[in-house]
Design a protein around this ligand. Structure first.
Ligand code: ADP
Ligand code: MG
Length: 250
C-alpha cells in the first residue's frame, strides 16, 4: 500500500530524516518508535505532504505522492492525528469531527450552485457519518458537548474520530496515548485494534510506550537520529541490541 523509498529531509544543516525506506501492507498496524528527536513526526509530515523530502520517493497504492500537496494526499486516503491535540475547544464534539470531511464534499461555491436542498443533504450526510464514527470511537452521547470540556483521553478520541470520518485507507497516529493514564491507554489500544478490524484501515502508530506497540503492532520500525535502525516483528525488536542501545545505552 505504502512504499517509502530512501527519503531524506534536511532543515538547514540538520538532517531530521536520513535515507529512510518503509514498506507498509494493507491492513497492517506498523509501529514507529525511537527516542525524542529521532525524526518520527517529521516522517509523518513528509508522508502527509507538509514537508517535501529533499531526496527519495513515496508511492501510495503505486502512485507518487511526495510531489503532491497535502489536500491531494488526504483525498487519496491518508489521514492523521497530531502529537499535540488540535481541537476547536469551544466548538461541539460533533463540529470537530465534521471538520474532518472538509475538502471531501462539494461545499462552498458548489453548494451555492447546487442549491440549498442539495447542500443540506450533503450536510446531513456528513452529520450522519460523523455520528457513526463517534459511536465507533466510544463517544456516543458526547456529540453536543464542548470539545474542550472532555477528559484528555476523550479529546484524543475526538481527534481520531475527525481523522476517521473521511474513511481513510491509511491512518497515521502521532503519540495518541501521550499523557494518558493506564486505563485510557488500554482503551486506546482496543480502539486502534477495532478500527483495523471494522474498517480494514491500515495504521502507522508513533509511540513511546514500547509495551503498547509491542502488544498492538504487527511490525515495528525504529528510528534513531533520523535513520531507520531496525524493522522487524515486535519480539525481535525488543531483543535487538541496536534498539536497546538507542533507548537506554546513552
Ligand atoms: P520526533 O517526533 O521523533 O521526536 P521530530 O521529527 O519532531 O522528532 O524532530 C526531528 C528533528 O528535526 C529534531 O531535531 C527537530 O528539532 C528537527 N525539526 C523538526 N521539525 C523542524 C522544523 N520545521 N525546522 C527545523 N527543525 C525541525
Ligand atoms: Mg514527535
Amino acid at each position: 500500500m505504502l512504499s517509502v523509498q530512501k527519503v531524506t529531509k534536511r532543515f538547514g544543516g540538520l538532517t531530521a530524516v536520513q535515507g529512510v525506506s518503509l514498506e507498509v501492507n494493507k491492513g497492517e498496524i506498523v509501529g514507529l518508535i525511537g527516542p525524542n528527536g529521532a525524526g518520527k513526526s517529521t516522517f509523518f509530515n513528509i508522508l502527509t505532504g507538509i514537508y517535501k523530502p529533499n531526496e527519495g520517493a513515496i508511492l501510495f497504492e503505486g502512485k507518487p505522492i511526495h510531489t503532491q500537496k497535502p489536500f491531494r494526499i488526504a483525498k487519496q486516503g491518508i489521514s492523521r492525528t497530531f502529537q499535540n491535540i488540535r481541537l476547536l475547544k469551544e466548538e461541539s464534539v460533533l463540529e470537530n469531527v465534521k471538520v474532518g470531511m472538509f475538502g471531501q464534499t462539494r461545499s462552498g461555491l458548489w453548494s451555492a450552485l447546487l442549491g440549498l436542498t442539495q447542500a443540506k443533504k450533503e450536510e446531513e450526510m456528513v452529520t450522519e457519518k460523523s455520528m457513526q464514527i463517534l459511536e465507533l470511537v466510544g463517544l456516543k452521547g458526547y456529540e453536543g458537548e464542548q470539545a474542550g470540556s472532555l477528559s484528555y483521553g476523550n479529546q484524543r478520541r475526538v481527534e481520531i474520530a475527525r481523522a476517521l470520518v473521511s474513511n481513510p485507507k491509511l491512518l497515521l497516529l502521532d503519540e495518541p496515548i501521550a499523557g494518558m493514564n493506564a486505563h485510557e491507554i488500554e482503551e486506546m489500544g482496543e480502539l486502534i485494534s477495532a478500527i483495523r478490524t471494522k474498517n480494514g484501515t491500515t495504521v502507522i502508530l508513533i509511540e513511546h510506550n514500547v509495551g503498547m506497540v509491542v502488544g498492538l503492532c504487527d511490525r515495528i520500525a525504529v528510528l534513531d537520529h533520523g535513520e531507520k535502525i531496525a524493522d522487524d516483528k515486535p519480539d525481535a525488536i525488543i531483543a535487538n541490541p541496536a534498539v536497546i542501545e538507542a533507548y537506554i545505552g546513552k
